[in-house]
Design a protein around this ligand. Structure first.
Ligand code: PMP
Length: 359
């Protein structure tokens, strides 16, 4: 056993049997029925005795067309977590370092550690907004090989700024990764920066990661991708295992992209619901961070109850949210996924009961 792994804990989100599950930022409903029908028909045509298309050409072409970039700028893997791991293996690894701005998605540090990178954690500071001065100084002082930005950031829900992404790119000779797992819910995307810097031929080491798990309602299929300059994609391809992406998954992703209008409608409805849940949270007197994502972070301490108490009382009412209370910098914080209108009603009602029972 590697001694560095022995001290490392796994990353888990406890799953409990509850009626309302708002703890893992999934989409509240599955993909459209027409998608399921088209996918089922396509799967029946698969030549199961053959390996899949190693380069996943059809899927890469479809993703590239959606973003108006070259297929050679796309790499697809089993969830964006596998993309993040591939990035660490290609550009960091033993003897090299990765920088994160905390609090952020815990898997950035976790994947970096399991791939033997040194992790340099920098505090975001006030309101969890990353100050450009802090960003610029950290990059200049610590010179990481890979920098993880997360926009919108999990678990705070706040989006990164154009200024910070450009500053990061200008201030490091390492790779700037912008994790955009929730980008469709936000008004900013770093893809524009990449495009402006030359797209396929970009002279900057910058990568933008995306997932099918959220907007595309496909967390069950594990599909994510990265957009970057083609020369970086070529290097990352060396790290992937042969035929890493099975035939059924390639079809699922390609067919899903035929349903963009439906997905955009779903995003619009989640954004609307997010406004409703945020307003309810504010009226209940908890501290709320402004979210540009499909989840909202809030802190229970202004109400006199701990995050653990509120989390348990919600579970007692069959509502599961993410308990971030024991995470560094997040005492008494809970994160709720924006769900269906009915699930959001249940959450708001349960929280109202919990907080009023205490007052
Ligand atoms: N990045 C962020 C910021 C996330 O929150 C998640 C999922 N929780 C992921 C990446 C991983 O997504 P997946 O592996 O499902 O594509």
């Amino acid at each position: 056993m590697r001694s560095d792994l022995r001290s490392l804990e796994g990353y888990h989100s406890p799953q409990l049997e509850v009626e309302v599950r708002l703890n893992t930022n999934e989409a509240p409903v599955g993909p459209p029925t027409a998608f399921v029908e088209a996918y089922t028909a396509a799967v029946s045509e698969i030549e199961w005795h053959r390996y899949p298309d190693r380069e996943a050409r059809a899927l890469r072409e479809a993703i590239a067309a959606m973003h108006d970039v070259e297929p050679a700028q796309i790499l697809v893997a089993n969830g964006s977590n596998e993309i993040l791991q591939t990035i660490c293996l290609t550009f960091a690894g033993a003897g090299r370092s990765v920088m994160t701005f905390e609090p952020t998605y815990a898997m950035h540090g976790q994947i970096a550690r399991t791939t033997q990178c040194e992790v340099v954690e920098i505090d975001r500071g006030e309101g969890f907004v990353l100050d450009p001065g802090v960003l610029g100084d950290a990059l200049a002082d610590r010179k990481p090989n890979v920098v993880f930005l997360c926009s919108p950031n999990n678990p705070t829900g706040t989006a990164e700024t154009l200024q910070n992404v450009e500053l990061a790119v200008a201030s490091t000779s390492g790779v700037v990764v912008v994790d955009e797992a929730y980008a469709q819910f936000a008004s900013f995307s770093a893809l524009d920066v990449l495009e402006r810097r030359g797209g396929a031929e970009a002279d900057v080491a910058m990568l933008v990661t995306r997932t099918f798990s959220k907007t595309w309602s496909m967390a069950g299929t594990r599909l994510g991708y990265v957009v970057g300059p083609s020369w970086m994609i070529t290097e990352m391809e060396k790290v992937l295992l042969p035929y890493h992406l099975d035939s059924a998954k390639q079809l699922a992703g390609t067919i899903a992209l035929d349903f963009q209008d439906e997905m955009n409608e779903r995003v619009a409805s989640i954004i609307e619901q997010r406004g409703r849940v945020s307003a309810a949270l504010l009226s209940l007197g908890v501290e709320v961070w402004p979210s540009q994502s499909n989840f909202i972070l809030f802190c229970t301490s202004p109400t006199g109850q701990t995050g653990d108490e509120v989390w348990q009382a919600l579970v007692d009412r069959s509502v599961l949210v993410r308990n971030c209370s024991s995470w560094p910098r997040l005492s008494d914080c809970l994160r709720v996924t924006v769900g269906s209108p009915a699930d959001n009603d249940r959450f708001i009602q349960a929280l109202t009961d919990v907080l009023s029972a205490h007052s």
